[in-house]
Design a protein. Structure first.
Length: 734
């Protein structure tokens, strides 16, 4: 507030003069001499210019024009509305043509009926008839007879020239029509039909239909206030007083396929933005929509908001249905995992990306809701970065992760005894690598490693690739383990998720049943990024996304069985969004695996199981191996011998459509046709001697050049982790 103080005169201060409203009055001074009257302020009621000089404190622009985003959204909505109207009427052109012809016919009849009195000079007929009757009654009245004759002649002359003018016009139009080219004929017909159709219109007939745009939701500030008041977020007034109302900072305005509004809750009501989010379902019911159509979020201080400001978007229909969007990763040749990974789209179609470095991820939800497909998006991005090393374990042992045999440094398939042992060995290897990296990073100078964490420069200089630890169907492993082994594996996973990010480890876990028995709370609670597809209730949703998240609005139980590939993504304590994940099907994922293998061969980063996998080498070389031989090698990847009955079970798990009806005889016949020569038909596994197969016999049926190629790549020195450091950078204790 600007204040002007006029200096002291005669030992007394002149009064304060303010030109703004609500200027504070000067404090009273006890036992002081009376002060002279204040100088009149602008807003004094006795000032005749007060109303004219007072500037109203109201926005200059309407709500829809106060931001560029609002202008863009409304312009886009107007364009979409015009396009819809154009398509609506364009499809009805034949109907309109028939209707116009009918209206033109009616108009022609009305025109002829209206012109007929003029053509027959009916304006003079009454006088002629009157004189004719008078002459018949009084033939001796010569003057009347003369008047009758003259008037009759005038009517006859009028009829002749009027009919002549009409006939001339019709003849000229007919001649012009016959001589004109087709486009001009169409123009002449249109020029004639339009006024005739207009003349033929009526209250019960119109040319164009009245279209109603397919907007299932309408919103106004009054509807919003009524809905919030109905759910108890606004107080109800007394009598004619409606009560407090929200203050709309923006809108409601059209925004894409819905309505957007940003509003402030009234002060004094004790309600916050969190209360609005917790009552999303009730608000949706009051607005007459499904809760999946209501997207509500807090407006944080960084966006100009506060604890009582809410951003609300109400979709016209379900925003998560329709054709899935293919992942942009399909068209990329390379990708750096240090950049955010394209993940999906939110309800408004905004692109959602995930920065995964220094993070850990957990995916949960019911079966066949797209959980594994979504989890594979993270792995797919890592496939396109040659300096990413993959450790993958799939407790189900199906075909979803089998293409990773071409790339994965370690690949564990299934939850049988041999697979469980392979998982435990993989975790021990990861923990040893993690500790080795911490020793190396601690010994590096600050100029190379300023924060004690992995950097892109360190990755390539010291051959320390980022490590993706991907485990699907965790519950299968935990239920297959003894208590002691289970506790040890849980502790190992927790150590990797808790300490691994600083060493370049990205943990990516998934489970169908994220309860305390299947996936312990102490493991889930240290995961930073969580994603849940549809679950049965809010309790299950909180198990995946975190305790209390459903009350904040992050509730995956509102999703339906139609929302495949859609889930709730939680990225922070109060940050979440419902995302329709990008679609990456099995063939596309397999192609990315082959592309990732080629990248690693090019950069000398093909290591571990992938380097020695003969079936992956065959796929890379384009050599054909019998499918049954390839599948049997995949099923026996963790053991050197297996009973026939167990091998058949794993083949069915791998591809039920192909192997569901096979028996031991058919399997033996198919493998023999593939070139497998069994050195023995009986194998001993865990002390039990039964019919079975040895892995060595299966590998003997693979072309020798593939075996040599795989072993050559597996034993290449460039594929082993670097342990040496340049001179001057030797870490202490290494």
């Amino acid at each position: 507030m600007t204040e002007t103080l006029i200096g002291a005169v005669n030992g007394h201060d002149k009064p304060q003069v303010s030109l703004l409203k609500f200027a504070p009055e000067p404090p009273a001074v006890p036992d002081a001499e009376p002060q002279p009257a204040e100088v009149e302020a602008v807003d004094r009621p006795d000032n005749p210019l007060a109303d004219w000089l007072t500037v109203p404190d109201v926005p200059i622009l309407p709500p829809w024009a106060r931001s560029w985003q609002s202008l863009t959204a409304n312009t886009t909505a107007l364009g979409r509305l015009c396009l819809w109207h154009s398509r609506y009427h364009a499809l009805r052109v034949p109907k309109y043509a028939l209707r116009m012809a009918w209206l033109a016919t009616k108009g022609l009849w009305r025109a002829v009926r209206g012109l007929w009195p003029t053509l027959v000079a009916s304006d003079r007929t009454a006088a002629v008839k009157a004189l004719r009757a008078h002459v018949k009654a009084k033939p001796e009245d010569v003057e009347a007879a003369l008047r009758y004759a003259l008037l009759h002649r005038e009517r006859t002359v009028a009829r002749r020239w009027r009919w002549g003018a009409a006939a001339t016009a019709v003849a000229a139009a007919a001649v012009g029509w016959s001589l004109a080219p087709l486009p001009l004929q169409l123009g002449m017909a249109t020029a004639a039909m339009v006024p005739l159709a207009y003349l033929g219109r009526g209250e019960d007939a119109q040319l164009l239909d009245n279209p109603t745009p397919p907007l299932r939701v309408d919103m106004s500030a009054q509807q919003l206030n009524d809905a919030l008041r109905a759910v108890g977020l606004l107080k109800t007034g007394k009598g004619d007083d409606e009560g407090p109302r929200v203050t709309c900072v923006m809108g409601p305005v059209r925004d894409g396929r819905g309505w957007a509004v940003v509003f402030d809750l009234p002060r004094g009501g004790g309600k916050t933005a969190a209360d609005v989010l917790a009552k999303r379902t009730a608000i949706a019911a009051e607005l007459g929509v499904d809760e999946i159509q209501v997207i509500a979020s807090r407006v944080r201080a960084a966006g100009g908001g506060h604890a009582g400001r809410v951003s609300l978007w109400v979709a016209d229909d379900d925003p998560y249905l329709g054709e899935p969007v293919k992942s942009p990763l399909e068209k990329l040749e390379t990708f750096s995992v240090w950049d955010p990974i394209p993940f999906g789209q939110d309800a408004r179609g905004n692109r959602i990306t995930l920065p995964i470095m220094w993070q850990s991820l957990f995916f949960g939800g019911l079966p066949r809701r797209g959980k594994t497909f979504t989890q594979r998006l993270m792995t797919a991005a890592g496939l396109l970065d040659p300096y990413v090393r993959h450790y993958v374990a799939d407790g189900k042992g199906g075909a979803d992760w089998m293409p990773m045999k071409a790339v994965a440094h370690r690949l564990v398939m299934g939850a049988e005894d041999d697979a469980v042992e392979a998982l435990k060995a993989m975790l021990k290897e990861l923990l040893a690598e993690m500790e080795r990296r911490f020793v190396l990073l601690r010994g590096l100078p600050v100029s190379v490693c300023p924060e004690g964490k992995l950097t892109p420069a360190i990755v390539e200089k010291y051959n320390l690739p980022v490590i993706f630890v991907t485990i699907d169907e965790l519950q299968e492993y935990f239920t297959a383990m003894e208590k002691d082994d289970r506790e040890q594996v849980i502790n190992d996973l927790c150590r990797i998720a808790r300490r691994g990010p600083a060493a370049g480890f990205v943990s990516n876990y998934a489970s169908q049943r994220p309860d305390a028995e299947s996936v312990p709370t102490k493991l889930r609670e240290i995961i930073t990024l969580r994603y849940s597809t549809q679950v049965v209730d809010q309790t299950s949703s909180d198990m995946v996304l975190g305790k209390g998240k459903a009350a904040q609005g992050a509730d995956a139980s509102v999703l339906s069985e139609d929302h495949k590939g859609t889930g709730v993504l939680v990225t922070g304590p109060a940050s979440f969004v419902t995302v329709r994940a990008d679609f990456l099907d099995g063939p596309a994922f397999s192609e990315l695996c082959q592309r990732g293998r080629a990248l690693r061969v090019k950069h000398g980063q093909l290591t571990g199981d992938a380097a020695g996998d003969v079936t992956a080498a065959a796929d890379q070389a384009g050599v054909s191996i019998a499918p049954v031989l390839s599948d049997c090698l995949d099923a026996m990847r963790h053991t050197d011998r297996m009973h026939t009955v167990d091998l058949l079970d794993r083949l069915v798990n791998l591809d039920e459509d192909r192997y569901g009806d096979w028996d031991a005889e058919q399997l033996a016949a198919e493998l023999e046709a593939a070139g497998v020569d069994r050195t023995t038909k009986q194998v001993k596994v865990a002390g039990v001697n039964r019919a079975g197969y040895r892995r060595a016999d299966l590998e003997a049926a693979v072309p020798a050049e593939l075996l040599l190629s795989a072993r050559r790549v597996e034993g290449s020195p460039s594929t082993e982790p670097a342990t040496d450091t340049p001179s001057g950078d030797t870490p202490e204790g290494a």
